[in-house]
Design a protein around this ligand. Structure first.
Ligand SMILES: [Ca+2]
Ligand SMILES: [Ca+2]
Ligand SMILES: [Ca+2]
Length: 155
């Protein structure tokens, strides 16, 4: 193999590694304001966050965390948790755990490195619309990856 071609192979392999490290699992859908009053005591209406595995292999997300900013709430994902290839994973807290307005969510791996973050999101409509990457998993590091659409919770 001549050295130029070999260099191209190495570059391609590095890019594939980089891509795997950055885009495997993303925050895919966020419902900040489900229909009903999630701030009531013992409310049955609860905000939720959906993750998506962009890879064709299972993603192991045990001990990863989701942090809401502003606020310092951090949710831990149980040890051993995994997302099948091209599939979804649902996270919920208790009613009122996320704000309706200006909410950023940050997903961190078990080692504390950042896997993904959302732009600041606001949902003042008390209905079935949620913020979604569309199509699932779309990640160009732009706010235009996100649209307020009818929710698809867990799928
Ligand atoms: Ca609501
Ligand atoms: Ca909503
Ligand atoms: Ca969905």
């Amino acid at each position: 193999m001549n050295s130029k071609i070999r260099l191209l192979y190495i570059l391609a392999a590095l890019l594939a590694l980089l891509n795997f490290a950055q885009a495997a699992v993303v925050i895919n859908e966020v419902e900040l304001n489900p229909p009903g009053d999630e701030n009531l005591r013992k409310s049955t209406f609860v905000e939720w966050v959906e993750l998506y595995n962009n890879e064709t292999e299972a993603a192991f997300i045990g001990n990863w965390t989701l942090t809401a900013q502003p606020g310092n709430l951090t949710l831990a994902i149980p040890p051993g948790a995994a997302i099948p290839p091209l599939d979804h994973y649902l996270l919920t807290g208790s009613g009122g755990w996320l704000s309706d307005g200006n909410q950023t969510l940050i997903l961190r791996r078990a080692d504390g490195s950042e896997a993904d973050r959302t732009p600041p999101l606001t949902d003042t409509r008390d209905d079935d619309l949620s913020w979604r990457r569309y199509p699932d998993g779309r990640d160009t590091d732009s706010a235009s990856d996100w649209q307020l659409m009818y929710s698809s919770q867990g799928f």
